[in-house]
Ligand binder design. Structure first.
Ligand code: NCD
Length: 307
């Protein structure tokens, strides 16, 4: 089953999600070792092709590839021939011609990863395409929840904030529902598309209703760079009405897990006392990000996983 692409969680089976999470649990042990190098992907070449900025996702893919023994090359739009007008297709064909085994791609257009599969023979891993999907973030969120709660099925997960622009929210929702969680969305009406109710989630306009009795509260970044005028009030008002702070968090279960994919607007969607508080799993998410990406790269390049 080699050479399966990882484009999203919408079409990944629960069994395969489970397989990735179990492999990531094993990989996590490797990330804690003094010497992290494995030879699973020795002789394999991976290119990360990032047309949008990133800290966590790009560097964790790079570390994941290196821990598995692969060679990893990073290309970012700002330092590539994209600035000279090269098209996505030509960039892909150029990378392909170098004989790489996997391309990890992030692009502002929804569907970019799927598009890439038409032009390259290597494994394509979607590292975020527009507001569509960000499957490895979805998987690392599932792993973090499973580690904290013991299981995902039956847990109440609240996703709060800028769902409209969030590929993380979409991947989380698909993954969580497949694994049997109950998903509640909360935030300004303008930032939560009504049609998302059709996915099988419950939409609340009051954040308090979404987080009441929640096992997990996942706070999304307000994507200031993608906002159109009028979608939310002033930042100060947003923080007051929708921001997750200690006071609001008391409505959730006592051992609630708070997550945020990063980067955070501290003081806007999440208060510093919550971001760095007892309930925060944000650093654990980053650690799990490396383990999940090691799992994805080893399963697609060495064992195979169907997505
Ligand atoms: C997210 C992204 O880029 O989609 N960040 C990430 O991958 N850690 C979320 C965001 O940018 O808000």
């Amino acid at each position: 089953m080699r050479c399966q692409h990882i484009l999203g969680l919408e079409h990944m089976s629960a069994a395969n999600i489970e397989r990735v999470l179990n492999t990531a649990d094993e990989m996590k042990k490797v990330t804690k070792q003094d010497i992290k190098k494995l030879s699973t992907l020795r002789g394999k070449a991976i290119v990360t092709l990032f047309f949008e900025n990133s800290t966590r996702t790009r560097s964790s893919f790079e570390l994941a590839g290196k821990y598995l023994g692969a060679d990893v090359v990073n290309i970012t739009a700002a330092s590539s021939s994209v600035t000279k007008g090269e098209s996505l297709r030509d960039t892909l064909l150029t990378v392909q011609a170098m004989g790489v085994d996997a391309i990890v791609i992030r692009h502002s257009a929804s569907g970019a990863a799927q598009y890439a599969t038409k032009y390259v023979d290597s494994v394509v891993v979607n590292a975020g395409d527009g507001a569509h999907e960000h499957p490895t973030q979805g998987l690392l969120d599932l792993l973090t929840i499973r580690q904290h709660c013991g299981t995902i099925a039956g847990k109440k997960v609240a996703i709060i904030g800028d769902v409209l622009h969030s590929r993380v929210a979409r991947s989380d929702i698909w993954g969580l529902l497949k694994m049997g969680a109950e998903v509640h969305l909360g935030g300004p009406r303008t930032l939560i598309p009504k049609e998302m109710a059709d996915m099988g989630v419950t939409i609340h306009n009051r954040v308090e209703d979404a987080i009441a009795d929640a096992d997990v509260v996942n706070v999304l970044r307000i994507q200031l760079e993608r906002q159109k005028k009028g979608l939310f009030p002033t930042p100060r008002e947003y923080a007051r009405i929708f921001g997750i702070n200690d006071e609001r968090l008391k409505l959730a279960k006592e051992n609630v897990l708070v997550m945020h994919p990063g980067p955070m607007n501290r003081g806007l969607e999440i208060s510093p006392d919550v971001a760095y508080g007892r309930a925060s799993g944000i650093e654990e998410q980053v650690n799990n990000g490396v383990a999940v990406r090691m799992a994805i790269l080893s399963l697609t390049l060495a064992d195979g996983v169907q997505a």
